[in-house]
Design a protein around this ligand. Structure first.
Ligand code: AMP
Ligand code: ZN
Length: 460
């Protein structure tokens, strides 16, 4: 089965064909590590993690790089404001980023290159661009000359003038054209800096990604991703740098996720509606956040809200409830993915909402299935789950896990179930019913069956 992806370059869906038949390269712009990741930042992580999982079903080797931007003005400001070293800021937020993303079941990328480990590669690339006449030195800066590239702006599909009108570009008298962007800038006293042919300085943000791609993958990669806001200027400028340095193509497939809004409003610090992943994890399990992020197609805007999270929680509880019914069924079944509607949906430009709907359909089928059909249905649901990065936990543990602030712990519940059992044996049904009602009031549901009493947290 072929994989189809929407390529921002050209603006249409295309059948994915990597440069090499058995090895795929993918680079996704990662965080600037000076603060905690918010839930919007998690959207590309979860989307491209799902693509990473999908690609691995097609190709033996998938090399996925997600960089860490650990040199940037915002980091310098954060360090200064917090009266701490740059390194302590970047180390803290790199570690927290990795932890938060792991909670969302995002697999560790194959490579996590840090900008500061690639300064030589950045200087090298800048030197090539200067030599080829695409960049010039001015007032201690090295700038890329946008007019030196005939098709600058092809990704965003707008003229240079239109692009500049809508974007914040720094107008500076040392630039030949207002769209010229910084490759290398001088480091002020006390700022991080590296010796270069143009004096002590540091790289511009766009240069960092081009240089890291070049260092790890060479001139051309298969897939480059990030949020829509990166199309211009970041990705446009990466294309300019890399193509002008190498001559050939830079990226074969450009993928961009749409934005996540909070309760219908743009998330921003000034509106006070920023939600960090870390904060949300205090109230919801990572898998609930992931499920909510995958509930919309990645190219559609996603309206994030408490309601969406409650719905995601309820849906996952339901699916885990179904899996608990078949928990004891052993499965050793090979699921031919090509026949699976959820797999077909994912191969159609990562259509996660349709894939999730197919998982629901399988769960419904499993409820009604005769015993002989259950193992295969369970295997199919789990195969979908492992591609979507959900349903990989023990179903009983999921259903019995306490949410934030829940008082009664599992051992007390088990003890009360035991007391209730003894009351029933002594025919003290009033007491047994009271225990059931007390537990329900504390958000614990008992389910009696021939095998004994099971419990879960919930309200029905
Ligand atoms: P930044 O740290 O701002 O460079 O963002 C890191 C990644 O998160 C980039 O790929 C952005 O495009 C993406 N991103 C930032 N805000 C949002 C949002 N509200 N919705 C979706 N993606 C976002
Ligand atoms: Zn980048």
């Amino acid at each position: 089965m072929s994989l189809t992806l929407y390529n921002t370059m050209g603006g249409r869906k295309e059948v994915f064909e990597p440069i090499l038949p058995d090895r795929v390269t993918m680079y996704v712009c990662g965080p600037t590590v000076y603060n905690l990741a918010h839930i919007g930042n998690a959207r590309p992580v979860v989307v491209f993690d799902t693509l990473f999982r999908l690609l691995q079903t097609h190709y033996d080797k998938v090399v996925y790089a997600r960089n860490i931007t650990d040199v940037d003005d915002k980091i310098i400001t954060a360090a200064r404001e917090g009266n701490r070293s740059i390194q302590s800021v970047t180390e803290e937020f790199t570690a927290k980023y990795r932890e938060d993303m792991a909670h969302l079941n995002a697999l560790t990328p194959t490579l996590e290159p840090c900008a500061t480990d690639h300064i030589d590669a950045m200087i090298d690339l800048t030197r090539i661009l200067v030599t080829k006449g695409h960049a010039y030195e001015s007032a201690g800066h090295v700038l890329f000359a946008v007019e030196s590239m005939t098709d600058y702006g092809k990704l965003s599909g707008r003229s240079l003038e239109d692009m500049l009108a809508g974007a914040r570009v720094e107008v500076a008298d040392y630039k030949r054209h207002p769209g010229d962007f910084v490759l290398w800038k001088p480091a002020l006293d006390g700022d991080p800096g590296w010796e270069s042919p143009w004096g002590r300085g540091r790289p511009g943000w766009h240069l960092e990604c081009s240089a890291m791609v070049r260092a790890h993958f060479g001139a051309t990669i298969d897939i480059h991703g990030g949020g829509r806001d990166l199309i211009f200027p970041h990705h446009e400028n990466e294309i300019a740098q890399s193509r002008c340095a190498h001559g050939g193509d830079y990226v074969r497939y450009w993928l961009h996720n749409a934005f996540l809004d909070m309760d219908g409003e743009k998330m921003s610090k000034s509106l006070g509606n920023m939600r960090t992943v870390r904060d949300l994890l205090q109230h919801y399990r990572g898998e609930v956040l992931r499920f909510a992020l995958l509930s919309a197609h990645y190219r559609s805007p996603l309206n994030f809200s408490a309601g969406l999270l409650e719905q995601a929680q309820a849906t996952l509880d339901n699916l885990y409830g179904t899996l608990r019914e078949v928990q004891d069924i052993e499965i050793d079944i090979n699921v031919p993915l090509a026949d699976e509607p959820f797999y077909q949906a994912l191969n159609d430009d990562i259509n996660t909402p349709v894939a999730i709907a197919e998982v629901h359909a399988l769960a419904k089928e499993l409820h009604k299935a005769v015993a002989a059909d259950k193992p295969r249905l369970k295997a199919r649901i789990l195969a979908a789950g492992s591609l979507l990065g959900i349903l990989e936990q023990d179903a009983t543990k999921w259903l019995q896990a306490a949410g934030a602030g829940e008082a009664i712990d599992a051992s007390d519940i088990e003890a009360l179930i035991q007391v209730r059992q003894e009351a029933k044996l002594a025919k003290d049904y009033a007491r047994a019913d009271r225990i059931r009602a007390d537990l329900l009031a504390q958000g614990v549901v008992l389910e009696d069956s021939r095998e004994g009493t099971r419990w879960k947290r919930g309200s029905d």
